[in-house]
Design a binder for this molecule. Structure first.
Ligand code: GLU
Length: 271
């Protein structure tokens, strides 16, 4: 029996572009070459930023590009995608486990407080959350809302993994990232929490995604460890740039797959 399970996981906060087509085609090809199963998961937990119009466009674009998946919540003839917005109870369970084990803590500080206390930036220019601002006590809090919850990242730890495209990757806590978000005060689970929860629940064996998420992989490995779960394999795809060498943006309608589809471009020419 073949146990390869992969997924494609778009976030409907904008239109898909050629970079998505490349990543999703790579995911599909890798699943096919291993006779495996591919899942489509719409990562729409951020109800303030995700829009139905983008989800609709994603589904049309995937069909246009010819990407097929083999599983979904309705096991009928055509597989509907999983939607993270319908899976909040799963994310709450992970929050609860991490809270009980003492891996996360609530934080009421504003961005300004953090900036004032830290002054330090990570290797990619983000504000580094200072360890001096951690609060240890989470014992009386029974629900995540109204707080920002952060993961208590171990100090001076180097997290290494072998990426199947990039080879050995290595990130050091306190330099590349600090205590990261797990749940935000608007009652939205973080990307890191939701993606790990779902990759575990959906028994994903290999994660294929864009290289902009390599650093997230290091954070996610800490969550897998905290939950005592096996870490999947990773394949990060090179990012696609425009003719000026800039990263493609979901907000640029002109660069979107939807636009190319409407112009009658042959989708095979993208590859
Ligand atoms: N939803 C993420 C995105 O659209 C990708 C998540 C993942 O593949 O882990 O950037």
């Amino acid at each position: 029996m073949n146990s390869y399970r992969g997924r494609i996981a778009p976030t409907p906060t904008g239109f898909l572009h050629k970079g998505h087509a490349k990543t999703f085609k790579t995911a599909e090809n890798r699943a096919k070459s291993k006779n495996g199963t591919l899942i489509l998961r719409i990562e729409d937990i951020d109800h303030q930023r995700c829009k139905d119009q983008y989800t609709d466009a994603i589904l049309k674009d995937l069909q246009w590009v010819g990407i097929e998946w083999q599983e979904g919540p309705d096991h009928g003839g055509q597989f509907t995608p999983y939607h993270q917005s319908q899976r909040i109870p799963h994310f709450l369970k992970t929050w609860e486990t991490l809270r009980k084990k003492g891996f996360i803590y609530p934080c009421q500080l504003s961005r300004k407080d953090i900036l004032n206390a830290s002054g330090k930036k990570t290797s990619n220019g983000e504000i580094l959350f200072p360890n001096s601002l951690r609060s240890k006590d989470n014992s009386n809090i029974k629900s995540p809302d109204s707080y920002n919850w952060r993961f208590n990242v171990p100090e001076n730890r180097t997290i290494e993994f072998i990426d199947l495209n990039y080879g050995k990757c290595s990130y050091t806590t306190g330099i590349d990232f600090g205590d990261f978000m797990i749940w935000n005060r608007d009652n939205i689970p973080s990307y890191e929490l939701a993606v790990v929860t779902d990759d575990i629940a959906m028994k994903i064996t290999e994660v294929v995604r864009g290289a902009d998420l390599l650093i997230s992989t290091a954070r996610q490995i800490l969550i897998y460890e905290a939950l005592n779960q096996p870490v999947p394999a990773f394949y990060h795809c090179d990012l696609v740039t425009n003719e000026h060498g800039e990263k493609l943006a979901k907000q640029a309608k002109s660069e979107s797959l939807s636009e190319l589809r409407k112009q009658g471009v042959d989708p095979q020419s993208l590859f």
